[in-house]
Ligand binder design. Structure first.
Ligand SMILES: Cc1cc2nc3c(=O)[nH]c(=O)nc-3n(C[C@H](O)[C@H](O)[C@H](O)COP(=O)(O)OP(=O)(O)OC[C@H]3O[C@@H](n4cnc5c(N)ncnc54)[C@H](O)[C@@H]3O)c2cc1C
Length: 471
């Protein structure tokens, strides 16, 4: 079997035989499919990653099969890319060095439901975990809007926040990741449990410093949520109402999103259900808080267009309101026009409607704002995930510069390396890579700095600061 990636000189047929009894995929067309994620959101990443393929896919069903898979890869010095649902946006699971793709979706059992936590194998789907929690009267503290295809291992290794984060914080906030088990990539792979703050060594490291086999996440008591959409005459008014709702003491909320009216023209499923040409505030509130919500919307100059229980939503044949939040907002536009892209912007803290109003005329007609409200480190924060009508990398850089010049932080969505996204500003993740994966087989191309530090021991890597190795 020749190398599909063109980047390895491993005998992949012999490799596949040695993996037995682990299920493998050898058909090139299926391997190529599993070499992609949602990097095509970015024209820049699309150009860079669309021709990167793996050579073989392994689908272990148990931790023992996972250990065997890793041991075979270790013996062959094979690059490894881990893959859950493949819904990441930055090519996180793309095998840039070719090699073995480990698809975790067969390791999908919910292992334990306890009071305030759930433990599941890495390949369990977030939606299935939420369903498994129902009988105990609990729900996930947060989930990504891709929950139907995203795995819990992929969420912890590649995600950051989601529906529920306005109430319960980001994944990295204390208590949200209770613990995780990660396997080392060695001759004899060893499972290591990372508890509490230690789990952050592996969290959001894009699968480059350990193979997560199970995760224990915080759960919260389940509530009956109502999906609401309110409309406003101006974007500034929608954002100010979002902030008022985030700060309200008499209304709980699980989701808070504002969307520029121009983006809403790409929401055909909402046609006839929301007022046209208005700016949206999308939210989920408990059923008992409906009157207080309606009063707040009235007081902030808005109009309640939709307020549906789950049963009412199903009867009306409407999508979940979270299909218009997080990166699903972007997806609605991309379904109609692939020339759109997006960016990830951190807004000034505390949120300031005046700062948003001041920025809007400066940012250009090719940037349509969409904010997510969340609670991070106990503070209310907002992120702008604007639709950007892409023309050139230079114009994108200009848009980034305008945001930055006005006090907004850019967490670049058009980079395939983990350090440039803004959440890995030190060398901790690489020190753990050295400890867990000394040969550097796991997703090494996704680090800007690994090649520079791979020869050092873990403690020396840990002590570095980025300026010492940045070239
Ligand atoms: C429409 C859309 C909406 C989205 N909304 C959100 C959102 O609300 N919040 C959010 O945080 N993200 C969001 N994302 C990004 C993504 O969907 C989530 O982060 C999701 O949880 C990733 O899960 P996955 O199983 O698809 O992971 P994958 O894409 O398969 O993998 C993600 C990363 O994790 C690594 N990985 C996977 N499994 C393991 C493992 N077992 N051990 C170690 N590393 C592993 C991969 O190598 C990769 O680096 C969205 C993306 C899209 C396209």
């Amino acid at each position: 079997m020749t190398s599909i990636s063109g980047k390895t000189d491993i005998d992949w047929a012999a490799f596949a035989d040695q993996l037995a009894p682990v299920e493998v995929i050898t058909e090139p067309v299926l391997i190529k499919k599993r070499s992609r994620d949602f990097f095509w959101y970015s024209p820049i990443l699309n150009a860079e990653l669309k021709r990167c393929f793996g050579d073989l896919v392994a689908r272990p069903k148990t931790a023992e099969e996972m250990a065997h898979t890793i041991a075979v890869a270790f013996a062959h010095d094979a690059p490894i890319a881990l893959r859950g649902g493949g819904t990441g946006n930055y090519g996180q699971s793309v095998p840039m060095d070719g090699g073995l793709i480990i698809d975790t979706t067969e390791m999908n059992k919910v292992l334990e439901v306890g009071d305030g936590y759930v433990k599941a194998q890495a390949g369990a789907l977030m939606a299935d975990i939420n369903t498994a929690l129902e009988a105990s009267g609990q729900e996930m503290a947060m989930f990504p809007s891709t929950q139907d295809i995203a795995t819990v291992g992929g969420f912890v290794a590649g995600g950051s926040a989601g529906i529920g984060s306005i109430a319960n914080g980001a994944l990295r906030d204390p208590g949200n990741i209770v613990s995780l088990t990660a396997m080392s990539v060695k001759e004899t792979p060893k499972a290591r449990v990372f508890e509490g703050a230690d789990a952050l060594h592996i969290h959001h490291a894009w699968g480059l410093n350990g193979v997560i086999t199970d995760v224990t996440l915080r759960t919260v008591p389940k509530r009956d949520w109502v999906g609401c959409i309110a409309t406003f005459e101006t974007y500034e008014a929608a954002y100010a109402a979002g902030l008022a709702l985030a700060e309200a003491t008499d209304i709980a909320r699980k989701l808070l999103t504002t969307v520029d009216a121009r983006i809403c023209t790409y929401f055909p499923k909402l046609e006839g259900h929301i007022r046209p040409e208005k700016h949206l505030l999308v939210s989920m509130i408990p059923i008992g808080d409906r009157d207080a919500f309606a009063a707040l919307i009235k007081a902030t100059g808005g109009h309640v267009d939709l307020m549906l229980t789950e049963a009412e939503r199903e009867a009306a044949g409407l999508p979940h309101v979270y299909d218009f939040s997080y990166n699903h907002t972007t997806l609605q536009v991309l379904k109609a026009d692939r020339s759109a892209t997006y960016q990830q912007i951190g807004c000034p803290i505390p949120p300031d409607p005046k700062a948003i109003a001041a920025l809007r005329p400066k940012i250009g007609d090719d940037v349509w704002m969409h904010h997510e409200f969340a609670r991070v480190g106990g503070e209310i924060v907002t992120f702008d995930l604007p639709i950007i009508w892409f023309t050139t990398p230079e114009r994108l850089a200009e848009i980034n510069a305008t945001y930055e010049a006005n006090g907004f932080a850019v967490y670049d969505a058009h980079t395939w390396n983990v350090e440039s996204g803004g959440l890995k500003a030190d060398y901790n993740h690489l020190a753990w890579k050295k400890r867990m994966d000394p040969k550097g087989l796991l997703n090494a191309a996704k680090s800007r700095f690994w090649a520079d530090v791979a020869h050092l021991d873990a403690d020396t890597i840990q002590s570095l600061t980025q300026t010492e190795t940045e070239t």
